[in-house]
Design a protein around this ligand. Structure first.
Ligand code: NAI
Length: 745
């Protein structure tokens, strides 16, 4: 094989060599864990194309990454943040358009050989190439996640993707920002071939030669209407936009090519979008609009609209907040949860789970399937043990149905998890996660039982939602190995894991549990001990305030709608039905005992519980349920509440503010008391654990955006009206006095 090493200086991590008449351009940015797209990289790439153009020996080009498991992860967000005006950003977008237009119309075929994440600007880059090959590795994903950062694709993605795969499938990907795996990408028509990892470069070289010789011809009529985009896992922010595209609406393929049909389609899509986003996420609306311009007025007009919208969006508060969350979660991924960054976690080779109920079953799934270690579940009875296995099976079945796993793979994963009613198999576990009933005495009992059958170094983690970990540790012979691992329900879907350390928890224990959480796919925050820790504690006054509003005569639907309009995924009364009204009622006295009268739950709910209404699980709560599906409010429930059926129309914005500010104020108390290590963890915890509106950036970003002085005034106003439960957090008063925000020390 003739290989000619060209004397080209590697600029921006791009290198160039020629093999058998094919120029191979490799991107491997030095010192960076992943490749990113910036104007300089784009220019360096264009320069190499010029070189390939001039070289008569070169017949085709292959574009590949030199990183082990990454192609191009996206545009360089740090760089975008340094730009000062929308016009600056717009100019960058136009520059990328020019470079990628040149790539698309390049005289020799360009084959993209993709292994690893090919996202955002990375995907836009390869969309301008002539042929795309991706490896079948689980590391390989493609997608345009910009809307998750409050942006739209700005390097031609809003135009090239719909042109390639059709508007329906492209909208589904762009509006949700989700990633797709190689097989899905092929089905949608985003890539042309899926190949095994070791063969990527050879096949790319071969295809390049075939394309240049004309023996391989690519005929693309977009497949968007045949292959409907279906999501894989939708976690975190992507989940918010789930189901945005109504498939029935788009079924008529003819619609897309017919202007009147197209108008109907886009008008309907906008309506659905607004119903979902309530106008809080401008990037999605802009994406829809820009794609529409391209379809109606052509590529040039579409690119113009894209550049302009991209420039504007970078400077919106929503995008700033979403980018901050992205940075926060990225930073958390690199931390080990302790003050010592060099501390290495210990290896967890086997996990024991106590309690096979709702939470235990979910924990068995994330440990056995996602973390991928053998799991032994112990319940007090066969029914509980069976329930855990059934729950794991149900989640696996869903994945098989979605084709994210084959039946064979699913069976193999299930065989990793066994269950029983005694402690057999616990001798060799490195970590026990406990999810038995919420009862301190019972938890002490199981700690003693576990310690009698496990090794000296076994960690005992409790999934308690409210009991202080220090209290649990009092029942242990090895208190330094006792920690809290607080999961959220449903465990396989909720992205947060809140880890709670008590003052005696050993650092290696914390680092090990943080590592386990990450391997289970969670965003992990570490907080200090106290009743309700962080998330349960800030949820309590939020729920209490909603109950106070009910007691004042609020209408259930109006109250729920007020908080959904504020940006929460569901209203507080719907949430109460989900969590279990009895469960919420039990937390009340614990919180009141710990924090005094300001945390007292109103008596309004007592009648509801004694009527046997526990929420969804009993098919009867504030709402009616049919086969587990929420229906309308049960009018009878009002008879159990003060004011009966005579509901008052309270002002929506005030209802939302009262309820939300309770959460914000309590979060500030948690920071002031050292429960939280910093504001960032508080924001991440509230968003990923409790659904605090991401576009507001979390309680602390929200407080800073309102202005601490303004927030203080609001709380004082409500304190005058409703008493001590609105007493402003001492740290808020301090911040106002110092004229500082929560992200300033
Ligand atoms: P659950 O009632 O669904 O499950 C509890 C399981 O523990 C039952 O299967 C029961 O048979 C088993 N069990 C009781 N005593 C046992 C023993 N001595 N040995 C082994 N197994 C025993 O309860 P759920 O909802 O799963 O809650 C479990 C824990 O997780 C509680 O501490 C709860 O506060 C906490 N939690 C619950 C959340 C939720 O949304 N339900 C969220 C976060 C934490």
């Amino acid at each position: 094989m003739a290989t000619k090493q060209e004397a080209v200086e590697a600029k921006q991590g791009l290198s160039y060599d020629v093999t058998n008449g094919v120029a191979v351009i490799t991107v491997d940015q030095p010192g960076a864990p992943v490749n990113t797209l910036s104007p300089e990289v784009g220019t360096a790439f264009s320069d190499l194309l010029v070189q390939a153009e001039r070289d008569p020996e070169v017949k085709a080009v292959v574009f590949i990454s030199g990183k082990k498991d990454n192609f191009v992860a996206g545009a360089n967000i740090d760089f975008l943040q340094t730009l000062k005006t929308p016009a600056d950003v717009e100019a960058i977008s136009r520059g990328a358009h020019e470079q990628f237009d040149r790539l698309e119309s390049f005289s020799k075929p360009v084959v993209a050989a993709i292994h690893g994440a090919c996202l955002g600007g990375g995907l836009e880059w390869v969309l301008a190439c002539h042929y795309r090959i991706v490896t079948d590795s689980p590391k390989s994903v493609v997608g345009l996640p910009e809307t998750q950062l409050g942006l739209i694709p700005g390097a031609g993605g809003t135009q090239r993707l719909p042109a390639l795969i059709g508007a329906e499938a492209a909208l589904d990907l762009i509006l949700t920002g989700k990633n797709v795996k190689p097989s899905k990408a092929k089905k949608l028509g985003i890539v042309d071939e899926v190949v095994p990892v070791p063969m990527l470069k050879d096949i790319a070289l071969k295809r390049a030669v075939e394309l240049a010789a004309g023996t391989l011809k690519v005929e693309r009529s977009h497949q968007g209407f045949k292959a409907v985009a279906q999501s894989g896992k939708k976690k975190g922010i992507a989940g918010i936009f789930q189901g945005l595209i109504n498939k029935d609406l788009w079924k008529e393929a003819a619609l897309e090519d017919n202007p009147l049909g197209r108008k109907v389609m886009f008008d309907q899509a906008k309506k659905q979008l607004l119903k979902k986003t309530r106008g809080k996420y401008p990037a999605q609306e802009k994406a829809l609009q820009v794609i529409r311009v391209g379809l109606e007025s052509g590529r040039k007009a579409g690119l113009d609209a894209e550049a302009k919208a991209f420039g504007e969006l970078v400077f919106t508060d929503v995008s700033r907040r979403l980018v901050e969350i992205f940075f926060a979660t990225t930073a958390l991924k690199k931390e080990n949860g302790t003050a010592n960054p060099n501390l290495k976690p210990r290896e967890v080779k086997k996990v024991g789970v106590l309690g096979g109920g709702l939470m235990g079953g979910g924990i068995a799934y994330v440990a056995g399937v996602l973390q991928g270690v053998p799991v032994r579940v112990k319940d007090r009875d066969d029914a509980g043990a069976g329930r855990a296995l059934k729950q794991v099976q149900t989640v696996l079945d869903e994945r098989v149905k979605r084709r994210s796993l084959t039946r064979l793979e699913s069976n193999a994963k299930l065989s990793n998890i066994t269950a029983g009613t005694d402690y057999s198999g616990f001798k060799s576990v490195d970590l026990v996660i406990e999810a038995v009933f919420e009862d301190l005495k019972l938890k002490h009992q199981v700690i003693a039982e576990v310690e009698a059958v496990t090794g000296e170094n076994t960690i005992f983690a409790s999934n308690t939602s409210s009991l202080p970990i220090g209290e649990l540790a009092k029942g242990s012979k090895r208190p330094s190995q006792v920690i809290g691992m607080h999961y959220f329900s449903p465990v396989h879907k909720m992205p947060l894991l809140e880890i709670i350390t008590h003052p005696g928890t050993a650092e290696w224990v914390t680092a090990t549990c943080v590592d386990v959480g990450k391997k289970q796919g969670k965003t992990v925050i570490v907080v200090n001990d106290g009743p309700g820790f962080y998330t349960s504690r800030i949820l309590a006054p939020y729920m209490n305030e909603a109950a106070y509003l009910l007691a004042e005569g609020a209408d259930i639907v109006q109250l729920d709608k007020a908080l959904v309009d504020f940006g929460f995924p569901v209203g507080p009364i719907t949430l109460l039905d989900e969590v279990g009204i009895d469960v919420a009622q039990k937390v009340g006295p614990i919180m009141e005992a710990a924090f005094g009268k300001r945390m007292a739950a109103p008596k309004a709910l007592e009648g509801v519980v004694s009527d046997g209404r526990l929420g969804r699980k009993t098919n009867k709560g504030f709402y009616l349920y049919e086969n587990g599906k929420k229906k309308e409010v049960d009018p009878q429930v009002y008879l159990l509440l003060p004011h009966g059926k005579d509901r008052k129309s309270l002002e929506a914005s005030e209802m939302a503010e009262r309820v939300a500010l309770q959460m914000v104020n309590e979060a500030i108390r948690c920071l002031g008391e050292g429960i939280l290590r910093n504001a960032r963890d508080g924001d991440v915890g509230a968003i990923f654990g409790l659904g605090f509106p991401p576009f507001l950036g979390g309680p602390f970003r929200y407080a800073d955006a309102l202005g601490p002085a303004n927030l203080l005034r609001k709380l004082e106003h409500y304190q005058d009206k409703y008493g001590e439960r609105f007493t402003p957090a001492p740290l808020l008063v301090e911040k106002v006095r110092a004229g500082k925000g929560f992200y300033e020390s």
